[in-house]
Design a protein around this ligand. Structure first.
Ligand code: HAM
Length: 415
């Protein structure tokens, strides 16, 4: 038997219905914040990601040569494609530009619970503005999305990558090697970061200083330890968030992020119930447009790991009940089958979701099938009732049956 490739999944109808339901909740929330949906190709020129995505994502890239000898990559994330799209076709639009996207991304990772090779992101980018209010707007939308999905246990941590980048540069780490160091710090691999820094001739006090910065966690008061603009910036971001009712955020200067393009505020949300792969959302402010041939434009964005957040909701006991269909039409005898076809067509034309027996089943078996597909009603078509222009409507939950004129069937079901 051929299985789906390692790290990918099939979504069966119940699962798919649930996913669409929650996707649409996210779309709705994005709409209430004034963001509009876009879509970009699933594959891009590999160069788009090689230019700036950082060592983590690059080694995980699904890249190949197409028949025209072009280096192509399946997208590992959607920020670079969104900014490419902005440079190609939106750069003259009035700023700020607020866009969101939903779709699959591909990373060649070692699959485990909550980590897939094909996974789905719901993300947003606010392009063309760089103010603390911009950052607060984006974080508050991420918070609203998580809240509106109904997840209860989560934590949002906000940091500033500029502070850490500066500290590393001041300690003498060459610019081109900063990513290597940040990658270790992102994963809190201090035992590996120390020899790396020593190798770059960073002295032990400076190393301790770097490590201690990444462990600066707490309320806004910890920003007293962050001198200069970055501290003031984050204080304002938090103040705006509070004004918008987002109070449950933590300052964490150890938020590093796995991607290279961030310049200022960075943030992550995690769901502790998920264990090792608990990060459900990540984002921050960055510039990418100048790398893709446009002018330098500041943006802030984030992406929610859709699969992970659904897993977290499931862990908290949230259950989605598939809706099923409104009506299932079945015939008591063969001579009314054509009439049953006419009735189901009439219901569908009036916007009722309806199905009809097409296998010539006897009533008991047809009713059993109707409950398996979660039909709310069975419409039982019999010759005797039809002679008076009626059918029997059976409530599939209570088993109650009533005679309903065919003409008013749709309106009765709708009620
Ligand atoms: P990221 O942190 O790499 O950021 O990914 C965002 C989210 O996608 C993660 O927090 C995680 O929930 C989910 N995710 C990542 N890899 C996997 C995987 N292998 N399986 C399941 N879920 C995964 C970005 O991608 C940035 N583009 C976010 C952003 C937008 N920054 C600015 N704008």
């Amino acid at each position: 038997m051929i299985q789906c490739p390692r790290g990918t999944r099939d979504f069966l109808p119940d699962e798919m219905e649930k996913r669409r339901f929650y996707e649409n909740k996210l779309r709705h929330t994005a709409g209430t914040f004034g963001f509009r949906e876009v879509e970009t190709p699933i594959f891009e020129d590999a160069e788009l990601f090689i230019l700036r995505s950082g060592p983590n994502v690059l080694k995980e890239l699904y890249a190949f040569k197409d028949k025209g000898d072009r280096e192509i990559a399946l997208r590992p994330e959607m920020t670079a494609p969104a900014i490419r799209m902005f440079v190609n076709g939106m750069s003259n639009d009035p700023k700020p530009i607020k866009i969101f996207y939903f779709g699959q991304c591909f990373r060649y990772e070692r699959p485990q619970s909550g980590r897939y090779r094909e996974f789905f992101q719901f993300g947003a980018e606010l392009i063309g503005s760089a103010t603390p209010e911009t950052d607060a707007e984006v974080i508050s939308m991420a918070a609203a999305m998580i809240r509106n999905l109904g997840l209860k246990e989560y934590k949002i941590r906000i940091g500033h990558i500029g502070v850490l980048r500066q500290k590393i540069a001041d300690a003498g780490v060459p610019k081109e090697r900063a990513a290597e160091v940040l990658q270790k710090l992102d994963k809190k691999l201090y035992d590996e970061a120390r020899p790396l820094l020593e190798d770059m001739n960073v002295d032990s006090d400076a190393i301790d200083d770097i490590f201690s910065l990444t462990e600066t966690v707490g309320g806004v008061e910890v920003l007293d330890r962050v001198p200069g603009e970055a501290g003031d910036w984050l204080r304002q971001v938090v103040a705006y968030l509070n004004a918008m009712g987002v109070v449950d955020v933590e300052i964490d200067l150890g938020v590093v992020r796995g991607l290279d393009y961030y310049t200022g505020m960075v943030f992550e949300a995690e769901a502790p119930s998920l264990g090792a792969e608990k990060q459900i959302c990540g984002g921050g402010s960055y510039t990418l447009s100048e790398l893709f041939g446009g002018e330098k434009v500041f943006s802030t964005g984030f992406a929610i790991g859709f699969d992970r957040i659904l897993l977290a909701m499931e862990k908290e006991g949230q259950v989605y009940e598939p809706k099923g269909i409104d009506a299932y039409v079945l015939s008591v005898s063969d001579d009314v089958r054509m009439k049953a076809a006419e009735i189901v067509a009439g219901l569908r034309a009036q916007g009722i979701s309806a199905d009809v027996d097409i296998m010539g089943r006897k009533m008991a078996k047809a009713l059993k099938y109707a409950s398996s597909i979660r039909a709310r009603y069975a419409v039982i078509v019999g010759a005797k009732e039809l002679a008076e222009g009626s059918v029997t409507l059976r409530d599939m939950t209570s088993g109650e049956q009533t005679l309903v004129p065919v003409d008013s069937l749709a309106s009765v079901i709708r009620q």
